[in-house]
Design a protein around this ligand. Structure first.
Ligand code: NAD
Ligand code: DAU
Length: 331
């Protein structure tokens, strides 16, 4: 199978390519990535001899058409992905996440290929902290930020192309990923690399917001499973029952990294900050044999800390850029 992986030099996409090389060695993989600030080509060092890499944008209709025609399946990770940046400058999110997805859908339709669209639980908005409810595939979309609104828009485009044009497509909406090769602007790597540099973790607001953490390999295993066992036209929620408040995540990182429990600062909150995400993955667990292999967030975080400690060359330059931007945003 020839698989076109958009955004394959980013966090989840690069882990997907590495995982797919290990688990499906017969797949031929091509990465299409614009190599924005969020990409790191060295993430693909282990597999670079076995894959093709094309630098370009999913918004480039001619390039997308040519690449889609030459592959069987598109796995579409490419996106501008960081909420704080979308609040600062929404346009790249509209362009890549909406227009880029449109270009892929049109090319997939023209050439009668298959696409799996990677999306996020954030399209459903947020839940109250004390609400026992979780998101399911039938929860109405209700996005809060420019990023999540752009992802919801892309999801709706996929659904429309399925219904109106019979496109062979699936969608997955996953909760917050953690693991190796995640950009240092994101919450967990920001705090780990900060602690390694002697900087106290920064919690937005009171640190009470809850995220539902999943190891990136569990997300990618679910994507491979959906490609092989998922029903065309369907949406699957991916989550591993990893709900934790941001404060509890920081306390765990401090404990694992040998720092006192009060060694953090509260900083101004993110505007429109979603309170809580939680995934009910019953549909995925019922229809497929996927099960998370890393349900223990504590041991997954310990491995992630080791990775950032060992791979400081990977993140040092990006750290300076990310913290300069955070200084400007006052967070
Ligand atoms: P990331 O920011 O680490 O990587 C995104 C990649 O897309 C980068 O390599 C970037 O260069 C590339 N890219 C950006 N614009 C592009 C364009 N116009 N054309 C081609 N490539 C482009 O993001 P991530 O965290 O790996 O997220 C990947 C996907 O998973 C996104 O669609 C995101 O919405 C979704 N997702 C992320 C999470 C999470 O916790 N990180 C959870 C659920 C879903
Ligand atoms: O839920 C899936 C989404 O998870 C993905 O769609 C997004 O691409 C991904 O970025 C992530 O979005 P979040 O906004 O939840 O992730 P982020 O890492 O930015 O923040 C996680 C939580 O931590 C959130 O409640 C904000 C908070 N936070 C973040 C940073 C960077 C802090 O308290 N301090 C920080 O320094």
């Amino acid at each position: 199978m020839k698989v076109l992986v958009t955004g394959g030099a980013g966090f989840i996409g690069s882990n997907f390519v590495i995982r797919a090389r290990e688990q499906r060695p017969d797949w031929q993989l091509t990465v299409l990535d614009l190599m924005t600030y969020a990409a790191n080509l060295s993430s693909l060092d282990r597999v670079v001899a076995d894959i093709d890499i094309v630098k370009g944008s999913v918004t480039d209709a001619d390039l997308v058409d040519e690449l889609v025609a030459a592959h069987d399946v598109v796995v579409h990770f490419a996106a501008d992905s960081h909420n704080d940046n979308s609040l600062d400058d929404p346009w790249p999110f509209i362009d890549t996440n909406i227009v880029g997805t449109y270009q892929l859908l049109q090319a997939v339709r023209r050439h009668d290929k298959r696409i799996h669209h990677i999306s996020t639980d954030e399209v459903y908005g947020d839940l109250e902290l004390d609400d026992p409810a979780k998101f399911t595939e039938t929860t109405p979309v209700n996005p809060s930020s420019p990023y999540s609104a752009s992802k919801a828009s892309a999801d709706l485009l996929v659904r429309a192309w399925v219904r109106s044009f019979g496109l062979r497509a699936t969608v997955s909406n996953c909760s917050n990923n953690y693991g190796p090769r995640q950009h240092v602007e994101k919450f967990i790597p920001r705090q780990i690399t900060g602690i390694l540099e002697g900087v106290r973790p920064k919690l937005y607001g009171a640190g009470a917001n809850v995220r539902d953490w999943i190891h990136v390999d569990d997300h990618n295993d679910a994507v491979i499973t959906i490609l092989e066992q998922g029903r065309l036209g369907e949406t699957y929620l991916i989550g591993a029952d990893g709900e934790m408040s941001n404060r509890d995540v920081v306390l765990l990182l401090l404990e694992l990294m040998g720092k006192p429990a009060d060694w953090f600062d509260l900083v101004p909150d993110r505007p429109g900050h979603d309170l809580r995400y939680a995934i009910d993955a019953t549909k995925l667990r019922t229809e497929t044999d996927w099960r998370p292999a890393h349900p223990d967030v504590r041991s997954g975080l310990a491995d992630t800390i080791d990775w950032y400690q060992t791979n400081q060359d990977w993140w040092r330059t990006a750290k300076v850029v990310a913290e300069t931007r955070y200084d400007r945003l006052g967070r």
